[in-house]
Write a protein of this length. Sequence first.
Length: 87
Amino acid sequence: SVAGAIAGGLTTPLDVAKTRIMLEKHSDVKKYTGTVTTLRTIAAEEGALALFKGIEPRVMWITIGGFIFFGAYEQATALLWRTKMWD
């Protein structure tokens, strides 16, 4: 979960760029043409911190998901060993 939170935080700028590109897809005027160009444009026009918009909910959901998936994996593994399905 911690590793997922760190990865989620570090990749937030890529998610911001992807979202901007996707939302502009059906627009007549194209402001964002690629990942690197989009990152540069956002940083130049809105400041570098704009690349981290939405980091809190992103990290929170990834962390919660990690807890759930890891817990489910541990429970399933324990059940399989108890029932001797992994012998």
